[in-house]
Design a protein around this ligand. Structure first.
Ligand code: PGA
Length: 245
């Protein structure tokens, strides 16, 4: 595991965007796993900026997002389809046909999960997976529990996840109760994982995930087993680690 600690969120965003661009320059047809939430926003801004400046093209890239809410219309502003368009896809040259998210409105969600896994497989698996981390240690929407699923599946969101995401909706009652998420098996098969966390409120879970026991009760702790895990933290998120200085 490689941990990088940045003095500012802005420096972290720049480093993450540069890592992603460097990866694409080396492999123009790269398959990227993308995340949503607050953490990647600055990185997406930087990627759009670099595209505008002619420094990078996404023309041959394929993307797979980690998750999507169940039963939230795709044009709802808080759907991850809408989020991705607003924050990244509308600003770069990624062909829409190669930008994939699971469909949370499929009539047959089990079939949709299988379709998504098959698509990832067909694309050759994920080269670089970007991940945020939930306060409870979730990655994607793989919530803590006695067991975890390997492939794409439907989850019931943990109460703390719905509470955390209520800030994006009017109230907690409007946060969907279920989501479709990529499983930890698929995530761990990514060739390179970029785990990103910002802010003091993430310090404790970052410490548990990176230095605590490997347990399904903290899904992010499974990342300790990955051979190419790069962790990007701002000082606040790193402050519970011994290395924070
Ligand atoms: P956040 O979410 O980036 O909005 O903090 C991270 C996550 O829940 O995975």
């Amino acid at each position: 595991m490689n941990i990088h600690i940045f003095d500012s969120g802005e420096q972290l965003d720049e480093a993450a965007a540069e890592t992603i661009c460097g990866f694409i320059r080396a492999k123009p047809g790269a398959v990227l796993g993308l995340a949503t939430g607050e953490t990647p926003l600055g990185i997406y801004r930087k990627l759009a900026e670099k595209f505008r400046e002619g420094l990078i093209s996404f023309r041959q890239v394929t993307t797979f997002n980690l998750d999507e809410y169940v039963n939230l219309p795709e044009d709802h502003p808080e759907s991850y389809h809408a989020y991705m368009r607003r924050h990244l896809f509308d600003h770069i040259d990624l062909p829409p046909s190669r930008a994939h998210l699971p469909c949370g409105n499929a009539a047959d969600l089990a079939a949709e999960c299988q379709r998504y896994d098959a698509l990832i497989e067909e694309a050759g698996g994920i080269d670089l997976q970007m991940l945020g981390i939930g306060h409870n240690g979730h990655i994607g929407f793989n919530e803590p529990g006695r067991e975890l699923a390997a492939g794409t599946h439907v989850v019931r969101l943990a109460p703390e996840t719905r509470r955390a995401n209520a800030r994006f909706f009017g109230s907690i009652d409007e946060v969907p109760e279920r989501a479709v998420t990529m499983g930890v098996g698929t995530i761990l098969k990514a060739r390179l994982i970029l785990l990103i966390a910002k802010g003091a409120d993430k310090a404790d879970i970052v410490r548990r995930a990176l230095t605590g026991p490997i347990t399904t009760e903290c899904p992010a702790s499974l990342l300790q087993t990955h051979p190419r895990l790069v962790v990007l933290l701002d000082r606040a998120a790193a402050k519970a680690l011994g290395t924070a200085g």
